[in-house]
Ligand binder design. Structure first.
Ligand SMILES: [Zn+2]
Length: 414
């Protein structure tokens, strides 16, 4: 049966948030049975053409489901168990991995399922999930999510990069239909230059490759001077002083290697300077920020003001359940609004939806309600006097509910 045969749903909303800059008061939207937006408009303007029947009337906001552009669902079992202790990423990762070592496969699976359910409950439709064994896709799909699985690999020693990559690619064969899998490098300091070049050099604009970049001060100390806590820890996974370091900060180093472009999805960027943010924007690098997680692990935030000024359009990710208070992206939009008062609510909602979809090159399907997309719809009750974007971005305690699940990839609708 063609999806065109499945009855469409017609929904009326007090505020239809088509995208962060297009809000229709007393709007309607028609969505096919598989979640594709067919048409939308203002009830008043279309009264004669479309008639007055609605399958559902929402006394509040209807918007596109959010896009969590960087998550690690596989650490769901460690939620709330890895406190920040002021010792940066190396110390935090050490604590996390000690807890992970005591986690059974069943606990890991249960944690992943809980994370997936929490994402759906918070109003997320799409997720880019980082996974060390490429097995989260079917679990996220079963919970009703869509997106990408980034299977991350690392090896700082210049050996067997090709073999490790082809092994990882063969492990991603059993991904789910709703989640395309890609093999990605972990960080600039845990991967050899050979591995970085093989995975990133020919990365495609339509299929960007993710990497944690310029996250903490320890990464900078290691890459520039082979100093700091990573210099003590990385020999444990194959690095040695004989291998050396680039002697440069990661963003200029990546530029020198020809790796900065729209095929690169740079995540975190807490250490990016104003000039580096401008360089990323000039090179059209895709970006994702995880402010709540950065605060938890590093007690630092990226310079979001400088990034927006430079013209970047960052998406948002929660990062792992072990470093986020509640795995709700609206906690991050609220945090940004408190720390960067000049960022307006439309920009905040863009970061949680349209820009997140753009960062993942999924904007033809996700992140806004424009016809032809299948973003998933969420709803939130509010008063006529309230500002819908204010409620969406600054009041995460008021729950979103899922109205329509994210739909199939657009090509299946043709
Ligand atoms: Zn991460």
């Amino acid at each position: 049966m063609s999806s065109l045969d499945i009855p469409a749903r017609r929904i009326r909303a007090r505020f239809l948030v088509v995208d962060p800059w297009t809000i229709i008061e007393d709007g309607w939207i028609t969505v096919t049975g598989t979640g594709v937006v067919r048409a939308l408009g203002s009830v008043k303007a279309n009264a004669d053409k479309e008639g007055g029947y609605f399958d559902e009337e929402v006394d509040g906001v209807v918007a596109a489901a959010m896009v969590n552009a960087h998550c690690h669902a596989e650490f769901g079992a460690q939620a709330g168990k890895a406190p920040g202790a002021g010792d940066g990423l190396p110390g935090w990762v050490g604590r996390l991995l000690r807890i992970v070592a005591d986690t059974s496969p069943d606990q890991r699976l249960g944690g992943m399922q809980r994370a997936a359910e929490t994402l759906v409950k918070s109003g997320v439709g799409w997720v880019a999930d980082i996974n060390n064994s490429a097995d989260s896709g079917p679990i996220l799909e079963a919970a009703g999510l869509r997106g990408l699985v980034f299977h991350e690999i690392y090896d700082p020693a210049p050996r067997n990069a090709e073999e490790l990559i082809s092994q990882a690619r063969s492990n991603t064969q059993h991904h789910s239909r709703a989640f395309e899998s890609r093999v990605v490098p972990h960080t600039p300091h845990t991967c050899s230059k050979d591995m970085l070049l093989r995975l990133l050099k020919d990365a495609q604009e339509h299929a960007p490759i993710s990497i944690h970049l310029a996250e903490g001060p320890a990464e900078i100390a290691f890459l520039t001077e082979a100093a700091g806590p990573w210099a003590d820890r990385l020999p444990g996974i194959g690095w040695s002083p004989a291998i050396g370091v680039p002697g440069k900060r990661p963003i200029p180093w990546f530029d020198e290697l020809g790796l900065l472009g729209p095929g690169l999805l740079a995540v975190h960027l807490v250490q990016a300077t104003t000039d580096e943010a401008q360089l990323l924007a000039d090179r059209r690098v895709r970006t994702v920020l995880c402010p709540s997680s950065n605060l938890h692990i590093l007690d630092q935030l990226p310079n979001i003001g400088a990034m927006l000024e430079a013209g970047l359009q960052p998406g948002l990710g929660t990062d792992s359940p072990a470093s986020h208070p509640d795995l709700n992206l609206r906690t991050d939009t609220k945090l940004i609004s408190e720390r960067f008062e000049s960022v307006d609510t439309a920009t905040l909602w863009a970061m949680a939806t349209r820009w997140g979809a753009g960062a993942l090159a999924l904007d033809a399907a996700a992140g806004s309600l424009w016809p032809g997309r299948a973003p998933g719809l969420v709803a939130l009750d509010c008063d006529p006097t309230e500002d819908p974007l204010q409620v969406l971005t600054r009041e995460p305690e008021r729950p979103l509910r899922r109205l329509v699940a994210p739909g199939p990839p657009p090509e299946e609708e043709q």
